[in-house]
Design a protein around this ligand. Structure first.
Ligand code: AMP
Ligand code: MN
Ligand code: MN
Ligand code: MN
Length: 298
């Protein structure tokens, strides 16, 4: 319940979209869980890019805190030539179909990383590939790793500049990837017993007509939720996303998309309140002893 009374209970802190060093976050899975608990978060999903490799460590760390860990993943999708992100929440990390799909994405990411390094090399910026690889460690290689190396080397002045000049679509070191299709990815998530949630819908910069097509296709493919409150959503954006959730019959999710303490503007640890008209995706997940995941297919 939301209340404006001064003596009201503090809001429950939930965050269903975060990253660890298993992909492009800077905290280890255990350090991320510890940081979340220290901020008072009681429901946390770890959703690394195209990998569930951090979930075991995160679950072990969560056992020491009054925090429920939702095992998650953020899967890259190619839909109508665009790149989208679909969160799988409450996935069973050992699901063979999910692991098989994600393994395909790992291979694509490795190949893309080599191609990005080659493009940078040809522009006279040598050795970024090896440095990005070292920074990635055993995790999933992402463009964020390349951006961090370019920033550390002084080749750019900010992460944003790294994307605007080199790594963004159509820029000097852009390498396109054909990720799995929307219905395939939702199929992996559902077969792992998870709930598919469309991540940060407003970041795709779609017109209203395209968003309508996307949400219809997403729901048709078995997607159930949409992020309504994200990292930096302002009230008018929350209103727009609430409208989408209600119009298309989707559950609402909240998530900071936290990548580590380097970003001081993150909403990690801050209240992210879902408008009460939207049904939360996490219903039933917070009860003690609740079975997670709760999807219908596994
Ligand atoms: P990838 O999945 O390897 O294509 O990398 C995408 C990631 O790059 C996103 O998840 C963000 O973390 C990061 N990213 C994309 N654009 C920017 C930007 N302008 N500034 C900082 N990070 C970005
Ligand atoms: Mn990221
Ligand atoms: Mn994303
Ligand atoms: Mn993310």
């Amino acid at each position: 319940m939301v209340s404006n009374h001064a003596d009201a209970e503090p809001p429950v802190l939930r965050d269903l979209h975060t990253h660890s060093s298993a992909s492009d976050g800077t905290l280890s899975p255990a350090a991320l869980v510890d940081a979340a608990a220290a901020r008072g978060i009681t429901l946390l999903a770890l959703t690394d890019h195209d990998t569930v490799a951090g979930l075991g460590e995160a679950a072990a760390a969560a056992a020491a805190h009054p925090l429920t860990l939702v095992p998650g993943v953020e899967v890259s999708v190619t839909w109508q030539g665009r790149q989208l992100h679909v969160l799988g929440l409450g996935v069973e990390p050992g699901c063979r179909m999910l692991l098989h799909g994600l393994e395909g994405h790992r291979v694509m990411r490795e190949r893309r990383a080599e191609a990005i390094a080659g493009k940078l090399e040809r522009q006279g910026i040598a050795g970024v590939g090896a440095q990005a690889r070292a920074l990635t460690g055993k995790g999933m290689v992402t463009r964020t790793h390349f951006a961090r190396v370019l920033l550390d080397r002084g080749a750019v002045g900010s992460m944003d500049e790294a994307f605007k000049r080199f790594l963004g679509r159509g820029k000097q070191a852009w390498v396109g990837v054909q990720w799995a299709a929307l219905d395939e990815v939702i199929g992996w998530i559902r077969s792992a017993g998870g709930v598919a949630v469309l991540a940060h819908p407003l970041r795709y910069r779609m017109t209203g007509a395209w968003m309508r097509r996307l949400l219809l296709a997403f729901r048709e493919a078995g997607g159930l939720g949409i992020e309504v409150v994200a990292g930096q959503t302002c009230p008018s954006e929350i209103k727009l996303l609430t409208g989408y959730a209600l119009r298309y019959g989707l559950l609402g999710s909240v998530g900071s998309d936290y990548h580590g303490p380097e970003n001081p503007w993150s909403s990690f640890g801050k209240p992210m309140l879902l408008p009460p008209r939207v049904e939360p995706v996490w219903t039933g997940w917070e009860t003690a002893g609740a079975a997670l995941p709760r999807g219908e297919d596994s």
